[in-house]
Unconditional design. Structure first.
Length: 437
């Protein structure tokens, strides 16, 4: 699908969303900075730059720090494009490409030149991190919640351009996943696997939407493991990789788990993959994402039965919290310009929220499933020492086959994650188009 064709519709849609929200909340102008580099304390280096997602909703460039958008309803968006004279660092190139014609571009050599393009009358709002050269300006509102809530509400409904960007990010990430899988079976270290991923995906560390999780063996039980051991382990048993990519700012978020040998744990991986795909087919308009999450807990209970970890009913295991020991996180989240895209708990355009059930407080998405959303589906099954310890000392501890648990502990855990687009009649799995297995 042509980005040039879809971007015109996208920019019209997004601009209209912001302009309607501005008029509704009585703002004549809106400034959206890309954001600035942040220096390390008492050092001459900066942290990796992360652009304001409100800025990237319009501009498909993720590295033009200190640039700024100026929106005025009824007018073409102004893009103040920062291109300094700097022989120490790589400077942003001239603006070019399919998106340029949709902006009135003002080139800046100095950051404070933006002042010459800022409106001098009317109510002016500002969305972003307050930094130089804006601190001295008397905005009428800084990060006004009413306007932000309205934008966040619509963010969940992706345009065809956004869908294409997420799809292309999935294609890049899939190439990385295949290379990482191959390096695992070559018995590489976590660092070697991580580097193989980056090379194949074509993105270095700071390009990635999040720090990749590359976990061998027991490390797979650490949900956000990002250490990258340099030494190869004595034995390769399992490999969990949670890694994504970005395309024009839009993220992919994919997880796969592999076993080095065919055994009971590899069978559990296959069973979990089958469960994950069954859940994917329930991603259709009108379904409850919260219900999908709870349904998966019952699937965890069935797996605990099948593999002889526990002989209680799945319903009893859910009620007593046993399933949460083996699946302690949420089923997934909204995804787009942010890996955990905004508005996942939002109930309406005004910003009221629908919190997750108290026993599943970590669930990031409670919105009804609607066409245009892109959500992740990421069921897991883990052997986490601290949680198992709590379970063992609880009233339910006697219901667990601890010898069987001990057999699986060296394998860490399993997670399988796809990015799924909700369509008008069902869903489209953006991940399995490129990574079917």
């Amino acid at each position: 699908m042509s980005l040039e064709e879809t971007f015109k519709n996208h920019i019209d849609t997004v601009t209209d969303r912001y302009y309607q929200a501005m008029q509704k909340h009585a703002f004549d102008h809106l400034l959206i900075p890309a954001g600035s580099l942040h220096g390390v304390f008492l050092d001459d280096t900066s942290y990796p730059f992360k652009a304001n997602f409100h800025f990237n909703s319009f501009v498909p460039l993720t590295k033009i720090h200190d640039s700024c958008l100026i929106l005025t309803p009824g007018q073409k968006p102004i893009l103040c494009y920062y291109q300094p004279v700097d022989f120490w660092h790589l400077v942003a190139g001239d603006p070019e490409g399919f998106w340029v014609e949709h902006f009135d571009i003002k080139m800046m050599r100095q950051k404070d030149e933006v002042r010459g393009f800022m409106p001098s009358t009317g109510n002016i709002a500002f969305i972003g991190e307050m930094d130089a050269p804006f601190q001295d300006d008397d905005f009428d509102a800084i990060n006004p919640l009413g306007l932000i809530h309205e934008i966040n509400w619509y963010r969940a409904r992706k345009t065809p351009y956004e869908i294409e960007c997420v799809s292309r990010a999935n294609k890049m990430a899939a190439l990385g996943h295949l290379a990482a899988k191959e390096m695992f079976y070559q018995e590489g270290s976590e660092l070697e696997i991580h580097l193989a991923y980056q090379l194949a995906a074509g993105q270095y560390e700071n390009d990635l939407p999040y720090s990749s999780i590359v976990a061998l063996n027991e490390h797979a039980a650490i949900l956000h493991y990002v250490n990258y051991e340099t030494q190869r382990p004595a034995q390769h048993r399992t490999f969990l990789i949670d890694a994504g990519a970005r395309y024009n700012g839009y993220a992919a978020d994919i997880t796969r788990t592999y076993a080095f040998e065919t055994n009971a744990f590899s069978e559990l991986i296959n069973d979990l993959d089958a469960v994950q795909q069954r859940i994917n087919h329930k991603v259709i308009p009108g379904h409850s994402y919260v219900d999908l999450h709870i349904d998966y807990h019952l699937e965890v209970g069935r797996l605990l039965n099948k593999y002889h970890f526990c002989d209680m009913t799945p319903e009893s295991m859910l009620e007593t919290g046993i399933t949460a020991t083996f699946f302690p996180h949420g089923l997934g989240h909204q995804i787009g310009l942010q890996v955990h895209d905004v508005g996942g708990h939002q109930a309406n355009i005004e910003g009221d929220t629908t919190p997750p059930p108290s026993e599943h407080s970590f669930l990031r998405n409670t919105r009804p499933i609607e066409a245009g959303q892109i959500v992740t589906i990421e069921p897991g099954f883990y052997f986490i020492d601290s949680l198992l310890g709590d379970l063992k000392s609880s009233d339910q501890g006697n219901a667990i086959n601890w010898d069987r648990v001990a057999e699986f502990m060296p394998y860490g855990g399993i997670r399988i994650e796809d990015d799924v687009l909700v369509t008008a009649t069902g869903h489209r799995n953006l991940t399995r188009e490129y990574l079917p297995d």
